[in-house]
Ligand binder design. Sequence first.
Ligand code: ADP
Length: 560
Amino acid sequence: MIIVQFITIVGSNFAILCYRSVKATVLSNELIIVASETVNFDSELPHYKTEGGVYRDPTDDGRIYSPTIMWVEALELLLEKLKPKINFSKVVAVSGSGQQHGSVYWKKGSQAVLSSLDPGKSLVSQLKDAFSTMDSPIWMDSSTTKQCREVENAVGGALELSKLTGSRAYERFTGPQIRKIYQTAPHIYENTERISLVSSFMASILVGCYASIDETDGAGMNLMDINKRTWSKAVLEATAPDLEQKLGNLAPACAAAGRISSYFVERHQFDKNCFVIQWSGDNPNSLAGLTLNTPGDLAISLGTSDTVFGITAEAKPSLEGHVFPNPVEPDGYMVMLCYKNGSLTREDVRNQCAEKSWDIFNNYLEKTPPLNGGRLGFYYKDHEILPPLPVGFHRYIVENFSDASSDNLKECEVQEFDPESEVRAIVEGQMLSMRGHAERFGMPNPPKRIIATGGASSNESILKLIAQIFGCPVFTVERPDSASLGAALRAAHGWLCKEEGGFVPISRMYTGNLEKTSLGAKLAVPAPGDEGRELLKKYTVLMKKRMEIERRLVEKIGRA
Ligand code: ADP
């Protein structure tokens, strides 16, 4: 039997959380995980003195960054730790997942350094002077509000920017980060030959020349035209001068960045024909790892914060959420919604109303009726991103809900609900908001299926409610590292496309066999039957009412 292995190296565990480590996952040709390894930045590379893998600048409010060279050292250490476990010469393709939005600034002349690395020396010793700044801005940074507004204004407003690039300007997005460097440290900008994302940075090291930016990860920059998948001239001009040449080309996620460089062949005994497939961002890789692949697939991650992502055929960018190209298909899009008030806010209500117990919380969910007698709650323990509302709880009762039609429903505001209703109101409210916003983004109703992940996906009562509100089956996966697994799968997919000389749907790799691979998901709640479909119609009415109240709240007290 030929052992074909796909390796992936990622900078995190799941989704948009802290970036504390680099992780490798090795898949066999049967798509089974055969090895994995992790390097924790704080504990294994303590000389960088990072906390959670990052630095916080005490002199610049909201500035959060990581030392670029630490990621290089982590890659070297990771390969050393992996060496006893796998035979690198059997690896046919490598890909990876870099934290989305983070950026790296290569100094003028570094292309030459990158393409002539000496396998007798470490990467760190040869790349330590290759950057025009040693600091990589990362996704946690929130210090570029001024630049965000400047870029939005220059192209005709936030909505225009979103229509152009898939998102309005966000502080963490790379374009505003680049503009800040251009404005506050022009010498660094001037001395920069190439700007990489974390993903294309790692791919560049592996191929020994500057790798293109993957189109999906590129959509997290506020620089790429989301429809044409080329750099948008208007936004480039609004961001910084001569930017296009510093960014290089874009490439689809399934393309090969190149063959692995001779450095890794000689130093680590990789096969010289091993392909490096474009690296992508953590959210796109999670989408691949959860096996979302066709329009109508939706994933809901119920972690500290909640994230919803899915696949749509069309891009319908708006002022909220994000549209990226689909990382596993050349056509189509991935949409993503991020909520700040996820598990921690559910936990807060649990502590106030259900004696700090998930069992009691679930008992309340089970004993209250679906639709909660028209009770709608908005719970923002932290300033919310979606919708942009400040801290506060708002409660309403929709009057005559059970026999009213959707057009003439009136609500009255109330100060409190009884504890049982409060518990149902927070979960129903969060799921109705997810459904409303996902549909606004073009997600079909009902979705084909939902895959739930994150801490709260272990809660069957919550999963049951998701199935009722969305009207589709809910599956769960029990792995915390979908991004890493997804990148390994994409490595295999890119390799297959290369072998077949053209694009091959990623599902061909596992359809009919999913349960035997490391990618399998378990059916947790089946699709609703006839009774459930009637209930779904009522939830649709309640969802519309909720969206209407939400719009009015945003008009009245929304954050700019
Ligand atoms: P992170 O986003 O930090 O990776 P997790 O995905 O591990 O976090 O989710 C952690 C959250 O899961 C906790 O904040 C907790 O509130 C929530 N959680 C854990 N168990 C349950 C449960 N049975 N029901 C609802 N929420 C739960």
